[in-house]
Design a protein around this ligand. Structure first.
Ligand code: NAP
Ligand code: GCO
Length: 264
C-alpha cells in the first residue's frame, strides 16, 4: 500500500518552491523519493531552500528562472533534463497577489498577476508536457485557490487568474489524459505563509473572517497542502483527473454562521 506513494525514480519540479507552500511540497515529494527541482527568482531564497533541504537530509536541485519568461523557462527545463532528467511531476505553485480595488489598480498590475498566476502555467506545461507524452506518463498539479470559486473585494486580478487556472486545469486534463497524464488542481484555503502575512497581522479583522468562514477554526499550514500534493503526485491518484482538490478546512462547505450563545 505504501508503495502507491513511493516516488522513487521520478523527477519533480516545483515552481516558486523556495518558501511557503512550494517549499513544503518539495520536501514531501523528496521524502517520498522523488528527485526534486525547485525554481525561483531570488538567489538568497534558493540558497535558503538548499539549506532547508540539507537540514532534513534531502537533496534538491535549485535553479533561478522567471516562469513568465519563455526563453528563461526553456533554458531552465533544458538544464533540468540534462542534469536531473525529464520532468515527471510538475507543480505549478509560483504565484503573487496584489490586493487593490479594481478602480485603483493599474492595468499593468492586473496583467502582472495574470502573467504569473495563469499564463506562466500555460508556458511551463507547453515546455514540459512533450516529454511526458513521449513517456506516456506525467502528473501536473496547478495550485489554485478559494478564489478559483469566490470573488473578494480587492483581489480581482488574483481571482481572475485562479478562476482561469481552474478551467485551464480541466482543459489540460481533456487534452492529455489519453497519454496517461493526470492534471489536477489543489485549492488551498487560508494558509499561514508570507503571502497571507498581512492578513494575519495583529489587529487585522481579516483573521476573524477566516476563523468564522473556516469550520476547522484555524489557518492551514503549508504541510496540509503538501500532503494533498503527495496524493496527486502519486500512483494512488492515477484515475483522478481534471479535479480541484480543496484543502480548506471546510470553507467551501460553509455558508457561514451567526455568532452567539446559540450559534446558528
Ligand atoms: P509565497 O510564500 O508568497 O511564495 C510564492 C513563491 O512564488 C515565492 O517563492 C516566489 O519566489 C515565487 N514566484 C513568484 N513569482 C515568480 C516568478 N515569476 N517566477 C518564479 N517564481 C516566482 O506564497 P504561498 O502562500 O506559498 O503560495 C504558493 C501558491 O499557493 C501561490 O500560487 C498562491 O496563490 C497559492 N495559494 C496560497 C494560499 C495561502 O493562503 N497562502 C491559499 C491558496 C492558494 P521569488 O520571490 O523567488 O520570485
Ligand atoms: C486573500 C488571500 C487569499 C489566499 C488564498 C485563499 O487576500 O484573500 O491572499 O487569496 O491567498 O488564495 O485560497
Amino acid at each position: 500500500m505504501i508503495d502507491l506513494f513511493n516516488l522513487s525514480g521520478k523527477v519533480a519540479l516545483v515552481t516558486g518552491g523556495t518558501q511557503g507552500i512550494g517549499l513544503a511540497i518539495g520536501m514531501v515529494l523528496a521524502k517520498a523519493g522523488a528527485k526534486v527541482c525547485v525554481n525561483g527568482r531570488n538567489e538568497e531564497k534558493l540558497l535558503s531552500c538548499r539549506e532547508a533541504f540539507r537540514k532534513e537530509g534531502l537533496d534538491v536541485y535549485t535553479l533561478k528562472f522567471d516562469i513568465t519568461d519563455e526563453n528563461d523557462v526553456d533554458k531552465g527545463i533544458t538544464e533540468i533534463e540534462r542534469e536531473v532528467g525529464s520532468v515527471d511531476i510538475l507543480i505549478n505553485n509560483a504565484g503573487i497577489i496584489k490586493r487593490i480595488p479594481i478602480l485603483d489598480m493599474p492595468v499593468s498590475d492586473f496583467k502582472e498577476v495574470i502573467e504569473i498566476d495563469l499564463v506562466a502555467t500555460f508556458v511551463m506545461a507547453k515546455r514540459v508536457v512533450p516529454k511526458m507524452i513521449e513517456k506516456r506518463s506525467g502528473k501536473i498539479i496547478n495550485i489554485c485557490s478559494m478564489m478559483s470559486e469566490y470573488g473578494r473585494k480587492s483581489v480581482s486580478a488574483y481571482a481572475s487568474a485562479k478562476g482561469g487556472l481552474k478551467l485551464l486545469t480541466k482543459n489540460m486534463c481533456v487534452e492529455w489524459a489519453k497519454y496517461n497524464i493526470q492534471v489536477n488542481g489543489i485549492g488551498p484555503g487560508y494558509i499561514a505563509t508570507e503571502m497571507t502575512g498581512a492578513l494575519r497581522e495583529k489587529g487585522n479583522p481579516f483573521n476573524d473572517l477566516v476563523m468564522s468562514r473556516t469550520p476547522a477554526g484555524k489557518w492551514g499550514t503549508p504541510e496540509d497542502v503538501a500532503n494533498a500534493a503527495l496524493f496527486l503526485a502519486s500512483k494512488a491518484s492515477d484515475f483522478v483527473n481534471g479535479h480541484i482538490l480543496y484543502v480548506d478546512g471546510g470553507i467551501l462547505a460553509n455558508f457561514g454562521y451567526v455568532k452567539g450563545e446559540n450559534e446558528i
